[in-house]
Design a protein around this ligand. Structure first.
Ligand code: NDP
Length: 399
């Protein structure tokens, strides 16, 4: 039994708080803190029974975070605010002596740069304090790392090729909206693509490489090669991988909107002067787009995210696919959230539970694939994200 402090009351914060609240034997006390307290209150009210305490916090401010952690003395923080806050929250955890978990790697606000270097640099400090930080414990990154570790443990002597495939075949009925924080999402997908090939990174133009891939229960969807942060840790932790790529589906309408927004400068992250005041166009765009947490109610269809792996076992070539499909409608019925928030919040809860139970507990800073995947895989089945396997899978991307 442990007390957790969840930071961030957006789409993912809603799901992780509700999933933790369902397990009082593990999460005996829950504090939900975020920039806008009314959003925490709404989630707490929906849960009821005064199960969740709510607090206002500015997670960019280390002394404020330290005071909050000292007041509540949680076992760990589940950070589902924005990637910009990762380092301040890690600093506060170190100062007070609290374990840490997040779902997205740190990004400097003025540069869309995705790498683990900043957080991996905390390794010695967490070890010295006898604390653990678990990085990237959502779905991708997160479950995709657990899937890869599970494949490596049970089905391969050597993995050679990994394709992480992420399809959202849902329809929220809005002309244009992002499924998680619009600012973070648009920064990610307007970057150059990158994949791992024969020991080095190969860079592509944004969305340059694409082809239709087939997804279970969904069919063919145009899938675009992108850079995604788990490629960095997976190629480091599984050095036999000769190729590692990440693919995500986008509809033509979504891409048209994005293209126009980019062309007119609305996705810029540098400040521009507007009526004598500096504003960042992408931050302004976020303010006028639908909140991801508001998309759930009429969302139909499902997500399908998995790992397609080639390699060898006992000298023979093996091909394997492991995936989860998640229905937006079912997610909404359970937690009033959409599928993308659900697939992120559930793994964050599971990671926290494994840390609390001591199954995944080691001093230092870790990515999920460095731990035994078996208990995590079992819990995915128990807590709403059942997974499926295809052996001898043949439909790998051609490009
Ligand atoms: P939202 O924008 O819906 O929610 C973010 C929340 O963090 C909001 O409640 C926001 O407050 C709060 N917040 C932002 N800045 C601060 C601050 N300085 N201090 C305190 N609170 C703050 O985002 P999502 O829920 O969609 O995403 C949450 C995280 O999950 C992101 O880091 C995202 O990258 C990650 N993610 C990971 C995925 C994975 O599979 N690994 C997939 C999807 C998301 P306010 O309401 O006031 O704006």
């Amino acid at each position: 039994m442990a007390k957790v402090l969840i930071i961030g009351a957006g789409g993912v914060g809603n799901v992780v708080t509700k999933k933790c609240a369902m397990l009082p034997e593990v999460f005996s006390e829950i504090v939900l803190a975020s920039r806008t307290k009314s959003k925490c209150d709404k989630i707490a009210e929906e849960i009821g029974e005064n199960r969740v305490k709510t607090v206002q916090v500015d997670a960019d401010n280390v002394p404020e975070l330290v005071a909050l952690l000292e007041e509540h003395k949680p076992f760990m923080v589940i950070n589902v605010a924005l990637p910009y806050q990762d380092l301040t929250i890690m600093d506060a955890c170190l100062e007070v002596g609290v374990h840490y978990l997040d779902t997205a790697n740190y990004e400097p606000i003025d540069e869309a740069k995705f790498e683990y270097s900043w957080q991996w640099a905390y390794q010695d400090r967490f070890k010295e304090k006898g604390l653990m930080a678990l990085l990237g414990c959502g779905f991708d990154p997160g479950v995709t790392g657990v899937f890869t570790a599970y494949a490596n443990k049970h089905y391969f002597d050597e993995m050679h090729q990994l394709d992480i495939v992420d399809c959202n075949a849902g329809d929220h009925g809005k002309a244009f909206a992002t499924n998680f924080n619009p600012e973070i999402n648009i920064r990610e997908i307007t970057q150059n693509g990158r994949f791992w090939k024969d020991g080095k990174w190969v860079e592509t133009k944004p969305m340059e490489i694409h082809e239709p891939l087939n997804y279970p229960n969904i069919g063919a969807r145009e899938s675009y090669l992108m850079y995604h942060e788990e490629l960095e840790s997976l190629t480091k932790n599984f050095p036999t991988l000769q190729q590692a790529r990440f693919w995500m589906t986008f509809s033509p309408t979504y891409l048209n909107f994005l293209n126009v927004l980019e062309e007119v400068g609305m996705t810029r992250i540098d400040p521009v002067l507007y009526e004598g005041k500096e504003i960042v166009p992408l931050q302004f765009l976020k303010a006028v787009l639908p909140e991801p947490s508001s998309l759930g109610e009429n969302y139909t269809g499902e997500t399908s995210i998995g790992c397609r792996i080639k390699g060898i076992k006992d000298g023979e070539e093996k091909k394997y696919y492991v995936y989860n499909n998640c229905s937006h409608t079912e997610a909404y019925k359970e937690v009033k959230g959409q599928g993308v928030a659900y697939t992120t919040g559930v793994p964050a809860m599971i990671g926290a539970m494994l840390m609390i139970q001591g199954e995944w507990m080691q001093e230092g800073v870790y990515n999920v694939e460095e731990f035994n995947p078996d208990p995590f895989m079992e819990m995915l089945n128990q807590h709403g994200l059942p997974w499926h396997e295809q052996f001898d899978f043949h439909e790998f991307a051609n490009k």
